[in-house]
Design a binder for this molecule. Structure first.
Ligand SMILES: [Zn+2]
Length: 77
């Protein structure tokens, strides 16, 4: 299911120099690798760390959706 375009910002930490950056989820899906802006090291978009970061963001989004009442309707009278 893809009801909303996946463009959340995913926090990424460079494994080489520790630089923290954010990449949009759509960017990570389109680019298998991308260079660190600081050390120019090549980061793998499909690494376990980034996969975890994406999962965490998705979980957070799911929580927010539930808080906002998406998914099930309240039928108060
Ligand atoms: Zn780096």
């Amino acid at each position: 299911m893809s009801d909303t375009p996946p463009n959340e910002s995913i926090p990424v930490r460079c494994p080489y120099c520790g630089f923290r950056l954010e990449k949009q989820m759509s960017y990570l899906k389109e680019h298998a690798t991308f260079p660190c802006p600081k050390c120019k090291g090549l980061l793998n978009s499909h690494s376990e760390e980034i996969a975890k970061a994406i999962a965490a963001v998705m979980q957070q989004r799911d929580k927010v959706r539930k808080l906002l009442g998406f998914g099930h309707r309240k039928s108060d009278t």
